[in-house]
Ligand binder design. Structure first.
Ligand code: AMO
Length: 440
């Protein structure tokens, strides 16, 4: 019977024992009487040490001829060695080659010199073997777990809505058209319509974690054509303030859980998850515009805040309120004209109950209170030039009793991008998709 497989980090506690270890061969160095095979598993690097006169002769030969990144499994005894990275090494008696790597490698895994992002993404599986990329994937997976825990604590039920649709919600230009048995259908840009429809049931609080598809016309470092949207919707709200409180609790709970779990796992990112300070500053769109130097009372005050301005505003708000987060509230109706489901303020129809959550100069989330009164919803559709006939199923949900409600969507890739300090959002995803990339 073979002994069980052990991980590199377990070795120091197994000195003297017979174990099996396995991983990718990162390097092999022959130094006269002693040779080292450095092997990488999910916990890190360990070494197999071969000694002339002690180790089987065939093993020297095997490693001498084995390409880097081949997969090996070794059986042997754990020996204490303070000079080994983990404090112990394995003296192998038998080594199996489970998979032999082809040569040459299109992308080095342990090279010091970095390749450009395109080359890395072309050979993404090799790229993901690098420890610095493995920890990003671990950060992302941990955040997904923490989000689910935090939503659960707030009384939300996880749901799944269709991704192949007859109609989109976020404007026709960014929809991917697919052929559905000969008639046109679209990939979901957002679960927007469905999460709202569920508010007409007794689910009341739902969230969904799913891909969203956008035929983004521009090629930026914060947009992809497929991203993970964390959507939430809640019924019986009195105003957007309730959404903001929920957003704060969700972010604080998610960051705390992520930090604690990553700390326990020894991830270098644990320290980079900040303590979330509440409440987040609430900055109205108009106040933000004024901070940017726009003149009150001019049409410019309600103009879109572009990405350069957004970064500048993040710094200005940080200076004024001392928080990395802020809520940009009361979006002007003129900027949400196509967003027929956004509730306009009754007392100030030129403003909506819509907001964005900003973190270090980047929009992470948008949301707001929705229009639940069907006559006004239809009027908004008409004003937006949207044909209500195409939204019959959505509108039906409003005709037979729809409570006031609101919600938001958080871009997972963007949070990971900011927390891991990535220049390009593509690095936050395992296999990113953009205008020019459909592979691997
Ligand atoms: P919005 O279109 O603002 O809102 O999207 C919500 C959040 O999703 C992220 N995001 C993206 N991330 C990567 N690549 C993209 N192309 C991309 N587009 C958006 C951002 C953004 O803040 N239905 C509304 C939400 C709601 O009102 O509930 C919506 O989709 O982080």
């Amino acid at each position: 019977m073979s002994p069980p497989r052990r991980l590199s980090r377990e070795l120091p506690s197994l000195v003297g024992q017979e174990v099996r270890v396995a991983g990718h061969l990162q390097d092999y160095r022959a130094l006269g009487g002693v040779s080292f095979a450095l092997v990488r598993d999910r916990a890190g690097l360990f070494q197999l040490t071969l000694k002339k006169g002690q180790s089987p002769e065939t093993l020297f030969e095997l490693f001498q001829n084995l390409p880097r990144e081949s997969v090996v499994r070794a059986q042997g005894t754990v020996v204490a060695n303070p000079r080994a990275k983990v404090g112990a090494e394995v003296s192998p008696t038998a080594v199996e080659v489970l998979s032999r790597s082809a040569v040459p490698l299109p992308l080095g895994v342990s090279d010091k010199v970095g390749a450009d992002l395109d080359t890395r993404l072309n050979h993404r599986v090799l790229d993901l073997r690098k420890p610095e990329n493995q920890v990003i994937a671990e950060l992302r997976g941990t955040m997904l777990w923490a989000l689910r825990e935090s939503f659960g604590e707030l009384g939300f039920t996880e749901v799944e809505t269709p991704k192949i649709l007859r109609q989109g919600a976020e404007g026709g230009a960014t929809m991917f058209k697919v052929d559905y048995y000969g008639s046109p259908a679209y990939l979901a840009q957002s679960p927007q319509l469905y999460k709202q429809m569920l508010m007409a049931t007794e689910l009341e609080r739902v969230f969904e974690i799913a891909p969203a598809f956008r035929a983004e016309p521009s090629d930026t470092n914060r947009h992809m054509t497929e991203f993970t949207s964390i959507d939430a919707e809640m019924a019986y709200i009195d105003g957007p303030e309730e959404l903001w409180d929920t957003v704060e609790e969700l972010i604080a709970g998610t960051f705390r859980r992520t930090r604690e779990r990553l700390l326990a796992r020894g991830s270098p990112f644990a320290e980079k998850i900040p303590e979330v300070e509440r409440p987040f500053p609430r900055v109205t769109h108009r106040e933000g515009s004024e901070l940017l130097g726009r003149k009150p009372g001019t049409p410019a005050i309600d103009a879109e805040i572009g990405s350069e301005e957004e970064r500048a505003l993040g710094d200005l708000v940080q200076k004024k309120y001392g928080n990395d987060f802020y809520l940009l509230t009361e979006f002007p109706t003129s900027l949400k004209a196509g967003t027929f489901y956004a509730m306009r303020q009754d007392a100030h129809p030129e403003l909506t109950h819509y907001f964005d959550l900003e973190f270090r100069g980047l929009e992470l989330m948008s949301g707001g209170q929705r229009e639940h009164r069907v006559d006004r919803l239809e009027a908004n559709m008409q004003a937006a030039g949207v044909d209500a006939k195409n939204f019959a199923g959505y509108l039906e949900a409003f005709r037979y009793g729809m409570p006031p409600h609101g919600g938001f969507a958080l871009g997972l890739d963007r949070i990971v991008q900011r927390l891991a300090g990535l220049t390009n959002i593509r690095e936050a995803r395992l296999f990113p998709r953009d205008r020019f990339r459909l592979e691997p």
